[in-house]
Design a protein around this ligand. Structure first.
Ligand code: IPM
Ligand code: MN
Length: 352
């Protein structure tokens, strides 16, 4: 029997609650589809930082590299200044493990309410490939004369051809494998960011023309992308973009698919170890109330299985989730589902 070693990082706030349901569903899938999952839990997060003063042990990345995948809940603590845990844990792991793709499907499931008028599951089904190691996230920059009227702050948008190219190649391959509209849209800002997105655009067309003639190429500025994601989401198949724009447009995408209760993602290193997480935050005000929606974590778990090669099990989880959204849940919002966090986990697990 195939066996996978999973590092579990429940993290902060409602992270542990949603991870518990995710693991419940993963175990049910393993049982139904004949594979084994072995877990090891790590306590990285705000509580550990407050207790020990250490954000992340230096050995963390090396330790995590020994696993087949990482399953993460949420990072972010109300008693810790914003940025410390996000940069010190989440971004550090993405960088050190070189998880250069952040894959974020935007898919409206049946029975889920979208704020987009007259749009249904047949209109909202695309995937954002967000580059995950470069851009303003590299932290290159600095500040001088801080606190004075002359304060200068710089944070640079940084990309090299290698980063851009490997991300684009992943996106082209993904579009081909997805085999839907066979259309890859580059989301950029070539009218203002005339260095960075010029690099992206040239690489996009060079690579596409040479190696992916079967994939249709489109280009949208990021502001226009936002507009069309609301007005005509059915135009999109796969969108590829840099780290910052990808962060922003995937929150917009998430709300069109029913919000943070359902939006899942994977930080992928196709040649290394990948980390799967709900894209929402730690929602501290709902902690330990058994009201948070675990579906985003459950769907991240399904993405993890798909990545590990357990495609049938991944599809079964997605099907069970769709059945639950279509026939059970009143809403995807915390406290309004008509079921508790644990009950939603049970519903999905029992549906396998
Ligand atoms: C996300 C989050 C993170 C990001 C934050 C928490 C650092 O918003 O995963 O989208 O900006 O990437
Ligand atoms: Mn974000």
């Amino acid at each position: 029997m195939k066996s996978y070693k999973i590092a579990v990082l429940p993290g902060d706030g409602t992270g542990p609650e949603v991870v518990r349901e995710g693991v419940k569903v993963l175990d049910a899938a393993a049982k139904a589809y004949n594979f084994k999952l072995e877990y090891q839990t790590f306590d990285f997060g705000g509580d550990r930082y407050i207790r020990t003063g250490e954000v992340l042990p230096n050995s963390a990345a090396d330790e995590l590299r020994k696993f087949d995948a990482i399953f993460l809940g949420a990072i972010g603590h109300p008693d810790v200044k914003p940025g410390i845990l996000e940069k010190g844990i989440l971004l550090r792991l993405r960088f050190e493990l070189d998880q250069y793709i952040n894959l974020r499907p935007v898919k409206l499931y049946p029975g889920v309410e979208t704020p987009l008028k007259d749009k249904g599951p047949e209109h909202i089904d695309y995937v954002v490939v967000r580059e995950n190691t470069g851009d303003v996230y590299t932290g290159i920059g600095g500040v001088t004369m801080k606190g004075t009227p002359s304060e200068v702050a710089i944070q640079s948008m940084v990309y090299n051809r290698f980063q851009v190219e490997r991300c684009l190649r992943y996106a082209f391959e993904y579009t081909r494998k997805r085999n839907k509209k066979k259309t890859l849209a580059l989301c950029g800002k070539t009218n203002v960011l005339t260095y960075v997105y010029d690099l992206w655009e040239r690489a996009f067309h060079e690579i596409g023309e040479k190696d992916y003639p079967d994939i249709k190429r489109e280009y949208y500025h990021v502001d226009a992308t936002c507009m069309w994601m609301v007005k005509n989401p059915e135009w999109f198949d796969v969108i590829v973009t840099g780290n910052m724009f990808g962060d922003i447009i995937t929150d917009l995408g998430a709300i069109t698919q029913g919000g943070m209760g359902i939006a899942a993602g994977g930080n992928l290193n196709p040649e290394g170890v990948s980390m799967f997480e709900p894209i929402g935050g730690s929602a501290p005000k709902y902690t330990n109330k058994n009201v948070i929606n675990p579906l985003a974590a459950i769907c991240s778990g399904a993405m993890m299985l798909d990545h590990l090669g357990e495609t049938t099990a991944a599809q079964a989880i997605e099907k069970s989730v769709m059945n639950v959204t279509a026939n059970k849940l009143k809403s995807l919002a915390a406290g309004k589902m008509g079921y508790s966090t644990t009950e939603v986990g049970d519903l999905v697990a029992n549906g396998l």
